[in-house]
Ligand binder design. Structure first.
Ligand code: DC
Length: 233
């Protein structure tokens, strides 16, 4: 029998390029749940640190900043369009996707006290919602260990590189595929090897290898995990 303590949330974790963001947004729309992108939170804090010219190795100051910024994640109704991210009331949705921010997030995400502050913010968001899809790296393991549904999305390294390359080119970035591969390898290293909140599959998560699958196939697979459970599996 299902434990009464379970939280009505879908926790989606996985490495960069596994298709988490697009898939999570679509799953949330299909279920009528609220979508929360925790990567956007780490990115917004990183942007703030960069804009204030704080040394990325200065963890004391980074910790202080992580306890005093306000962040709003707005999902635009039921559409599949990207979310809007407001940092201290300013729209930074595009700025946080800048490749320099992407490269620097690791300095912020590695600091345990920073993670504790962001995890607290994330848990508060979850507590205020009945039905959410939260994506990140440590959602099923640290942020919502009691989530009713946990998914670990993965794909082969070469497919993840290919997806990321296509995404960047589509956005007008002139990139070289070898550099995309190098960046992804570095992100994998920092995500998997962090001492606190590393990327790790929860013991009770469904692992989904999305290599060769379309976005809609992945979305359907996740939605059937949720519906399967509702059906009293
Ligand atoms: O999902 P994303 O690529 O937008 O995430 C950006 C970075 O933020 C990622 O390299 C690692 C970090 N992150 C994290 O440490 N923990 C999370 N829950 C989400 C993201």
């Amino acid at each position: 029998m299902r434990s009464e303590k379970k939280i009505n949330a879908v926790a989606i974790d996985g490495p960069a390029g596994s298709g988490k963001s697009t898939v999570s947004r679509k799953v949330a729309n299909k279920l009528g749940y609220t979508y929360i992108d925790t990567g956007a939170m780490y990115r917004a804090l990183t942007l703030k640190i960069m804009e204030k010219n704080i040394d990325l190795e200065d963890s004391e100051r980074i910790i202080r900043e992580s306890g005093s910024f306000t962040l709003e994640l707005q999902t635009s109704g039921m559409s599949d369009s990207t979310i809007r991210v407001l940092l201290d009331s300013r729209d930074v949705s595009d700025l946080i996707r800048d490749p320099e921010v992407t490269r620097n997030v690791k300095y912020v995400a590695v600091v345990p006290e920073v993670r504790a502050n962001l995890v607290k913010m994330q848990q508060k968001m979850i507590a205020s919602l009945d039905g959410s899809v939260m994506e990140g790296r440590d959602i099923g393991t640290v942020v919502i260990p009691d989530a009713r549904y946990k998914i670990f999305l993965d794909a082969s390294f070469s497919e993840r590189v290919e997806r990321r390359y296509r995404e960047l080119m589509a956005k007008g970035n002139d990139v070289i595929i070898d550099e995309v591969a190098k960046d992804l390898e570095e992100r994998d290293n920092s995500d998997y090897r962090r001492a606190v909140g590393p990327l790790k599959m929860a013991d009770d998560a469904h692992r989904l290898d999305t290599t060769g699958m379309s976005i809609d196939e992945v979305v359907d697979a996740i939605v059937s995990v949720v519906h399967g459970d509702r059906g009293g599996k």
